[in-house]
Design a protein around this ligand. Structure first.
Ligand SMILES: [Zn+2]
Length: 268
C-alpha cells in the first residue's frame, strides 16, 4: 500500500516536482516592503496604522486574485482559504504577520505570509486540487510594538486572552486597539478562533541572536506539530509547552497558533 508520506515525497507525484516561483515571491516581498519603507532599507509598518492598512490591502488583493475566500475575524486576523476536494476536511494553515517593529526589516513575518501566498499561486498554476483546504493567515499585531499584548491576534485566536481584552488595549497616544482596527477597515465579523486546523506551518525570518545558536527549538516543535499525523492531544500539548518555555525570544514565535491546534476545537 502506498502511504501518504510516500506520495508526498515521490518525485513522480504531482507535488514532487513542484517548485514555487522564486522571482514572483521576491517581487511581492519587495513591493510590500515599499509600504513603510525607511531610508536605510528597512520597513516601519506598525500594527493598525494606515500603513498597516495599506499593506493589508495589497496582500489581501493578491490573495483574492488566487480565487481564495478571504475572511476577517473580530481581531483583524485575515484568513484566505483555497478550497480542497473534501469540504469537510480540516484546514492546512500557513501564514505569519505583516506588521513590523519600528525599525523592522523587509522579511520577518512578511516572508511567512507571502510564502503562503506563493504556495496558493503555485497550486493554481499547476492546476492541483488538494484534498484539504489550504489557507494563509495574517495575524494582527504580532510584534506588539504599538499595542500589548504581543501576538495579540493569534493570542485571541488561541484563547490566550479574550477579544474584549485585546480591543480595549491602548497605544501610547491613548488610541484603543478596537478603534484603530475599525479605522483601517479590518474589524471583521468572522468568529475569533474555533477553526478546525489539520496542521499549521510557518516560515519565519528571525533576526534575534538565537540564529547563531542554530535551528530554533520552537521551529522543531512547530514542524513536529504540523507534520505528525494522528497525534494525540496529549503529545501536542507537550510539544507546544516546549516551544512556549524555550525563552523570551522564542516565546515570541508562533506558539499561540500552534497551541490552537491542540485546543478542543481542533482536536482530532
Ligand atoms: Zn516576526
Amino acid at each position: 500500500m502506498t502511504t501518504r508520506s510516500a506520495v508526498l515525497h515521490s518525485p513522480k507525484s504531482a507535488t514532487g516536482s513542484l517548485r514555487v516561483n522564486g522571482g514572483r515571491l521576491w517581487r511581492s516581498l519587495m513591493e510590500l516592503a515599499q509600504i513603510g519603507a525607511t531610508p536605510k532599507g528597512g520597513v516601519r509598518r506598525l500594527a493598525l496604522t494606515s500603513l498597516d492598512g495599506q499593506g493589508r490591502d495589497l496582500v489581501v488583493g493578491w490573495l483574492k486574485e488566487t480565487g481564495s475566500r478571504v475572511e476577517i475575524d473580530g481581531a483583524g486576523n485575515i484568513f484566505a482559504t483555497r478550497p480542497g476536494r473534501d469540504p469537510a476536511a480540516r484546514v492546512v494553515l500557513t501564514g505569519s504577520h505583516i506588521d513590523t517593529q519600528p525599525s523592522g526589516g523587509k522579511f520577518d513575518g512578511n516572508y511567512g505570509v507571502l510564502a503562503g501566498l506563493e504556495v496558493l499561486r503555485t497550486l493554481n498554476d499547476a492546476g492541483i486540487a488538494t484534498e484539504h483546504p489550504v489557507a494563509v493567515a495574517i495575524w494582527t499585531n504580532e510584534e506588539g510594538s504599538r499595542f500589548v499584548p504581543v501576538m495579540g491576534g493569534s493570542g485571541a485566536f488561541a484563547g490566550v486572552h479574550t477579544l474584549e481584552h485585546l480591543l480595549q488595549q491602548r497605544d501610547v497616544d491613548g488610541i484603543a486597539f478596537g478603534d484603530a482596527l475599525k479605522d483601517i477597515g479590518y474589524a471583521g465579523d468572522a468568529p475569533v478562533g474555533g477553526r478546525a486546523l489539520d496542521a499549521y506551518f510557518e516560515a519565519h525570518i528571525e533576526q534575534g541572536p538565537i540564529l547563531v545558536l542554530g535551528r530554533h527549538p520552537w521551529e522543531r516543535a512547530a514542524m513536529h506539530c504540523a507534520a505528525l499525523r494522528g497525534w494525540s492531544r496529549r503529545s501536542t500539548h507537550w510539544r507546544c509547552a516546549t516551544c512556549q518555555t524555550a525563552g523570551p525570544r522564542l516565546g515570541s514565535c508562533r506558539s499561540a497558533p500552534i497551541r490552537a491546534m491542540s485546543s478542543p476545537g481542533s482536536s482530532r
